[in-house]
Design a protein around this ligand. Sequence first.
Ligand code: 13P
Length: 262
Amino acid sequence: MVTARRPLIAGNWKMNLDHLQSIAFVQKLAWNLKDAKHDAATVEAAIFPPFTDLRSVQTLIDADKLELELGAQDLSDNDSGAFTGDISGAFLSKLAVKYVIVGHSERRTIHLESDEVVASKVAAAHRNGLVPVVCVGETADDLEKHGPSAVPVAQLKAALAAVPSSAEIVVAYEPVWAIGSGQAATPDQAQQVCAALRATLVDLLGADAAASTRVLYGGSVKASNIASFMREPDVDGALVGGASLDITEFASIIRYQNHVGV
Ligand code: 13P
């Protein structure tokens, strides 16, 4: 069975834009997409603002019926209790958040999140009705020592250890060396690893689930290179950092199907 995968362009704002800035940004982004007659049925667009912006953005999306999905950048692996500073998946769910990034390399590095913690957060997302965007990717050192796919594949196996095969997930392949460096992977490199990740999904979840799961590429994605990634058969979208903070640039990435030569 061939399953059509709706491309997903996701903007991870990281720790940028306060709630007032986020409202202005989302309004302008929505106008830009509307002016350009963007059809969300062909390409899904999602934004991942900081926690403190979520309520404001959710209210705006709701009130104006914007065709933008909302995601969070992290969640706790616990649902409630004495976990100062943590955010429950149950709270995110109440805010109509659809997606949550889990295991971003910045959390693995700065907050020392292990594969076990990532797996537990993936399970918490699923338990609370959120779709985890599971991030995997190798460092430059890993690439040299183990080649391109070994570390991302091992991270994916570990991350999915505690969820049923029916759980909806999104996978994001983000080579650490490409994040914020301006040096994106080549489309061929991205395809190679995304194909290896999909083959891993076949083993873990079965062929149908693997065929319908979106695998994104992330790392220095821009309007000028998105179309070349999206031509690859196993790349189903992008997780965009820096370029998602520029309205015109991000709207252009979302509208990659309209780019000349695609
Ligand atoms: P850049 O697009 O800034 O390289 O960041 C990628 C990223 O980390 C998205 O999660």
